[in-house]
Write a protein that binds this ligand. Structure first.
Ligand code: HEC
Length: 362
């Protein structure tokens, strides 16, 4: 949220500017909490707008549909990546997005019941809904938004959702890191791209600017993450978290960029092909798929895809699953949740899936 002093109908107002997940841009009087206005900054399908008292005018489908693809989706039209306000242009620079998810209720939902084949069931919870193929298209864009007239002034479309926060300067620039690994400066008035450098990874943080000994610097902490970043990516690179600092006349060289592993598909883990199907159900129920993706497909996001680990590791999978060495890194402990028999089925699914998609040699 941003505190700003803006003129609305020629009256100076002290306001809070807020663009939450639900797709509406709010202007609120911060001296008394009164609602001033709200306007959708992306297409939304759950409400037609807000009434003068600040309540949403909902569409009935948003409440009672058996299957409802909410737009914006659960990741929001704007997530935590910060927006910025420039008093010189009067505009807010907002990382907007849509990540389609089409859900229907899980009718047989039972709290904490193990539910083979249902996402997360074996981790102790049944999340209570079913994923259907989405109909809307994803997008990520940088919006310049006029909070007084509640309208878009310019936009830049990005290749993927989940781009970085924004920084705007008195020199009328807007800086943003992108999902596809670029750090970009735009003209704050019209969105013309003025400068760009590669970052070796997707960026989600916003940049910062500061002056030391009369020299102005701009720094950005680059790294790819968040729940979306765990399983998706929009760049070939996976550099470690890196802070880049720029100044006019700077001469330092960029570091070498590390490419995602794109060869060395898993090979040689022994399995019984009859176990593949059941192994797949466990792979979903234990939510392996949410963090590691489909083995050998997509190569994962922040967390490694299991189609590209060593055969030794998958052969010794039980050591990783039960009180394993990666627990401090965020890998759950499956002790008491998976059996020894489940491990063999998981191995069959992981190696069997990779074998099924491995390009045939001629
Ligand atoms: C909540 C996310 C999450 C879930 C669910 C999860 N993992 Fe992991 N897993 C991780 C993380 C994080 C690591 C550590 C990655 C690292 O340190 O590089 C990891 C590491 C691993 C490794 C070692 C990979 C390597 O880096 O060499 C294997 C194998 C593995 N997991 C298998 C599984 C299997 C099989 C399942 C399902 C039964 C599973 N994981 C479920 C997050 C998860």
């Amino acid at each position: 949220m941003i505190l700003a002093d803006i003129k609305i109908d020629d009256v100076a107002r002290k306001v809070i500017l807020h663009a939450p997940k639900n797709g509406f841009f709010f202007v609120i009087d911060r001296t008394n909490g009164k609602f001033i206005s709200a306007k959708n900054f992306v297409d939304v399908n759950w409400a037609t707008g807000y009434d003068s008292s600040g309540r949403p005018v909902e569409l009935p489908a948003a409440r009672d549909a058996d299957q409802y693809e909410s737009i914006p989706g659960p990741d929001g039209a704007h997530n935590w990546q910060p927006m910025s306000f420039n008093p010189l242009t009067g505009l807010v620079y907002l990382p907007a997005q849509h990540i389609p998810v089409n859900l229907s209720p899980e009718k047989s939902f039972v709290q904490n019941a193990a539910a083979p084949g249902k996402l997360g069931g074996l981790l102790g919870g049944n999340i209570g809904f079913v994923f259907n193929p989405p109909k809307s298209a994803p997008f990520g864009r940088l919006l310049a938004w006029d909070p007084v007239h509640q309208k878009e002034v310019w936009r830049v479309e990005h290749v993927s959702p989940w781009n970085g926060g924004t920084l705007t300067t008195a020199g009328n620039l807007v800086f943003q890191g992108t999902a596809d690994g670029r750090f970009v400066a735009y003209d704050a008035a019209n969105g013309t791209k003025l400068w760009e450098r590669p970052t070796g990874s997707g960026a989600v943080a916003a940049a910062a600017t500061y002056v030391v000994d009369d020299r102005q610097y701009i720094s950005i902490a680059v790294g790819w993450g968040g729940s979306y970043g765990l399983t998706h990516r929009a760049t070939e690179y996976q550099n470690p978290g890196t802070i880049y600092t720029y100044a006019l006349g700077g001469t330092a060289k960029l570091p070498d960029f590390v490419k995602y592993r794109t060869e060395g598909l898993l090979q040689g883990v022994k399995y019984d092909p009859r176990d593949i199907r059941e192994g797949g159900e466990i792979y979903v129920a234990a939510a392996c798929i949410a963090c590691h993706g489909v083995p050998g497909v997509g190569r994962g996001g922040n967390i490694i895809n299991l189609g590209y680990v060593s055969a030794e590791e998958i052969t010794n999978l039980r050591h990783i699953l039960f009180h394993g060495p990666f627990r401090d890194h965020g890998m759950p402990d499956f002790s008491g949740k998976l059996t020894e028999g489940d491990v063999g089925k998981l191995q069959a699914f992981i190696q069997g899936t990779v074998d099924a998609i491995r390009p045939k040699s001629r």
